[in-house]
Design a binder for this molecule. Sequence first.
Ligand SMILES: Nc1ncnc2c1ncn2[C@@H]1O[C@H](COP(=O)(O)OP(=O)(O)OP(=O)(O)O)[C@@H](O)[C@H]1O
Length: 326
Amino acid sequence: MPEVSVSAFDLPWLVADIGGTNARFGLVTSPGARPSNVAVLPGADYPTLPEAVAAYLAEHAGGVRPGAACLALAGPIDGEHYKLTNSHWSGSIRDLDVPYARLLNDFEALAVSLPHLEGDELVSLGGPAPGHGVKAVLGPGTGLGVGGLVPTERGWTAVPGEGGHATVPVFEPREIEVVKALQAHGLPHVVAEHLLSGPGLVRLHRALALVNGVTAPELTASDIVARVDDSLCAETVDVFCGMLGTFAGNVALTLGARGGVYLAGGVLPRIVERVRASAFRTRFEDNPDMAAYLAGIGTVLIVAAQPGMTGAAAWLSQHARTELVS
Ligand SMILES: Nc1ncnc2c1ncn2[C@@H]1O[C@H](COP(=O)(O)OP(=O)(O)OP(=O)(O)O)[C@@H](O)[C@H]1O
């Protein structure tokens, strides 16, 4: 069969959201459309990202050759180069052999998705509905991601960052005891991600056992959230939600996120009602000088299935217009 030549931004476009465990892929068949042909591949099954992309295109996308790609990755992006934080994949986007390809940090892509999410893709965690202005997104998953989205005269601009590595937001006496226990056990500088993530739930459970002077089995994050009748597990989830509220309030204050604070990541959609019933929103507003300011900011949980890929698709739609007219 003769090779079909493909130019930059020829449809379809390839989008992806790649975490430490899963590589999610999809195709965009018209600008502004949501991804179709979505498939989730286990990253560990493929030695490199180009091999996972080739497998997706061959097995789930009819062997198409995309004219553009936007890949959201859980790790720092340095121009064309990527290195996933919790996976062995690293390399250059050029190795994909797509005429136009762009890398985004995963929370940068989530930030771009925010104006496109609607209806039952969002659940209120308190406060008013998100309005105009800067938006923030943060979320506990394998790590703790943070991003911002700023309105400009030329559309929205996403702001990636490394906010999950900010020092842990301890507030209540019990939380201070947790930090002291972790410091006494080999973790001198406790950052937010150490406690506000899936692995953070495990660490928090262990630390609360030390603080309470009890022995507890080593549990996974899913065990901890499943054991609703176990007092230590229940306390772990409560402390987690409270600290997350303070962290989200700190992000809102830092970015001036009057357009809303959105919560994402793999952990919270599994405990929606417990977050809503927790101290999350009270702690979000609990600031001596800025309580009224924070009370005016909506907090919303993203429960959409593939928001990272929605963001990657929106990014390509916005940039295709710019690239094709310039
Ligand atoms: N049932 C569960 N309840 C609570 N937390 C969970 C559950 N299952 C998994 N987790 C946590 O969620 C984390 C995965 O979150 P998320 O999906 O956001 O991760 P990611 O970094 O995007 O990577 P990937 O999806 O590839 O794992 C896991 O590290 C785990 O700690």
